[in-house]
Design a protein around this ligand. Structure first.
Ligand code: LIP
Length: 252
């Protein structure tokens, strides 16, 4: 395991302790929009993660959901969401996670997602496989939409567009879960619980770590044009690799 992955795991676990200590007690302290809320736990976890990582990699850049980008013109950038799924977390629900990725020249190469309520730590490095609590994982093999349980979410202000996506997919799949946490759906794809996950306004910090985890688990992530997802793509179809084209066809 590389030093970068070891440090990311250490930071994720430390943030998990902070977040669970405040679980069902944390206060909403800020609202960028009605949906885009921030809790005290987000801010404390963000600070703890960046402190641990910058102690080891102080020359790297940082892009986190809760603080301004730290630009040092490094080829390496840590992309961090201290709580992905703040809305469910603030509601006292279980679907949330810490997402920590390291990108090299804009491409995520290390990914860690920790879902502390479920005590599930997902990790992956480019070319070295994907793991859940140290056990190798892979995407599922379901190739029909009608047998598929998929996930999906919309952005803070993109609900209207997402209605159109739901209208096209609902008649074709077994079920769609919208949990309010991208890492919840994306890691469920990586370990084969879900067959796909669709989002129309995803942020880099929501998905960067899960991109590595799903790819290393044998999955596929594309934008709505069918090209491999890239860091600034807001639209994504992540799947077990067998359903991207079928979903994109349905969305036409
Ligand atoms: C959330 C995403 C979710 C999206 C929400 C929000 P946050 O991230 O995980 O998929 O629907 O609008 O962006 O803000 O909880 O880190």
């Amino acid at each position: 395991m590389s030093e970068e992955l070891l440090v990311a795991v250490k930071a994720a676990k430390e943030a998990g302790k902070i977040i669970m200590k405040s679980f069902r007690k944390s206060k909403v302290v800020g609202k960028k929009t009605r949906r885009d809320i921030v809790t005290t736990a987000d801010l404390k976890a963000d600070k703890a993660i960046t402190k641990i990582i910058s102690r080891h990699f102080h020359s790297h850049d940082f892009l986190t959901e809760e603080t301004a980008r730290q630009e040092k013109s490094s080829a390496y950038c840590w992309i961090i969401d201290p709580i992905d799924g703040t809305a469910p977390y603030a509601a006292g629900l279980a679907e949330f996670g810490i997402s920590i990725a390291l990108a090299y020249n804009g491409k995520p190469v290390v990914g860690v997602v920790f879902k502390p309520f479920f005590k599930e730590l997902f990790s992956a490095e480019k070319g070295k496989g994907a793991f859940l609590n140290g056990e190798r994982i892979s995407v599922g093999k379901e190739n029909s939409l009608e047998n598929s349980f998929i996930g999906g979410d919309w952005g803070h202000n993109e609900g209207q567009k997402f209605f159109g996506i739901l209208e096209k997919l609902l008649p074709l799949v077994r079920y769609i879960q919208m949990s309010g946490s991208a890492v919840n759906g994306l890691t469920n794809v990586a370990c084969g619980r879900m067959q796909a996950y669709v989002h129309n306004d995803i942020k880099p910090w929501d998905i960067a770590a899960s991109f590595v985890i799903i790819k290393e688990a044998g999955g596929k992530l594309t934008n709505f044009e069918g090209k491999e997802w890239e860091i600034n793509d807001k639209e994504v179809v992540a799947s077990n690799g067998l359903l991207n084209e079928k979903i994109l066809e349905a969305l036409k």
